[in-house]
Design a protein. Structure first.
Length: 274
């Protein structure tokens, strides 16, 4: 089965997504195409990496994930094709892969410089689509180009643990559809450093001292004393990242964690262990 997913910052107003799908189907009419998202913020590699990282494992092994976010480049900095965790990824070499995988998790990575030298403005159509079809048809990744020596890494938004002060510091990396704020602090990192100690989660002028198992768990616990709607909570979401939100929030009406707390992507959040 030939399966290709698409993640782009093209939006849905223009013709770009339809054109990209059309050329993929022209190359192979039997290709199955699944949209992950076309509403990635323009040039937002971090947002794209969070979205793809949260769902790629739900697809069958050997799925090809085409990521066209901030995708314009040139022959001196070609796009790359990556094989990791039994999946293929096609993307610019601008930090996306470094946010999805550690470098030691990547089994193979090559430049895409053998399928086309057409660096026109719509490179997902002229270059990435050909590489995606090649891989989805069972072609060897090595035939796409030369091995990559240096994978570009985004190093600014990383979790840091201060041993002396027992403090875990991260960043907000994503605002979801409900206005809830996702951080880059993972459950595994939190558990490794908690060691059964009490803790406080601090962001802006707000502090939380409890993490709930789920949205429903928060609702059931809070309803013992009051209606949970609009109350702040912390939990680890289905992707394993610490999330701050307001129960049943709506950014367009009653507000959300991002609007009411004045939070933005890249703002700091910390966990202090006591």
């Amino acid at each position: 089965m030939s399966l290709i997913t698409l993640t782009t910052d093209y939006g849905i107003k223009d013709h770009f997504v339809a054109s990209l799908k059309g050329v993929l189907l022209k190359y192979n009419p039997n290709t199955q195409i699944v949209d992950i998202s076309h509403k990635i913020n323009q040039y937002d590699t971090l947002m794209a990496s969070y979205i793809v990282k949260s769902c790629y494992q739900d697809f069958p092994e050997l799925t090809v994930h085409l990521v066209a976010v901030d995708s314009s480049t040139n022959s001196e900095e070609p796009h790359i094709a990556v094989y990791a965790d039994r999946h293929f990824f096609i993307c610019p070499n601008k930090g996306f892969i470094s946010q999805v995988f550690r470098l030691d998790q990547i089994e193979s990575v090559v430049y895409i410089n053998a399928v086309s030298e057409d660096y026109e403005s719509f490179q997902a159509k002229s270059i990435l689509s050909k590489a995606a079809i090649h891989l989805s048809n069972g072609g060897a990744i090595e035939l796409l180009g030369n091995p990559v020596e240096d994978i570009f890494e985004i190093k600014t938004q990383r979790v840091y643990f201060d041993d002396a002060n027992n403090k875990l510091t991260g960043h907000f990396i994503y605002i979801d559809h409900y206005g809830n704020m996702v951080t880059n602090i993972k459950r595994i990192d939190f558990n490794a450093r908690r060691k059964n100690r009490d803790f406080s989660i601090d962001f802006g002028k707000t502090s939380i001292s409890r993490i709930y198992n789920s949205y429903d768990h928060f609702n059931r616990e809070y309803k013992k004393t009051n209606d949970a709607s609009g109350e702040v909570f912390a939990l680890f979401n289905s992707s394993g990242f610490l999330e701050i939100g307001l129960y049943k929030s709506n950014p367009k009406t009653i507000g959300s964690a991002s609007t009411l707390f004045g939070l933005n992507v890249f703002d700091l959040i910390s966990v202090q262990f006591h």
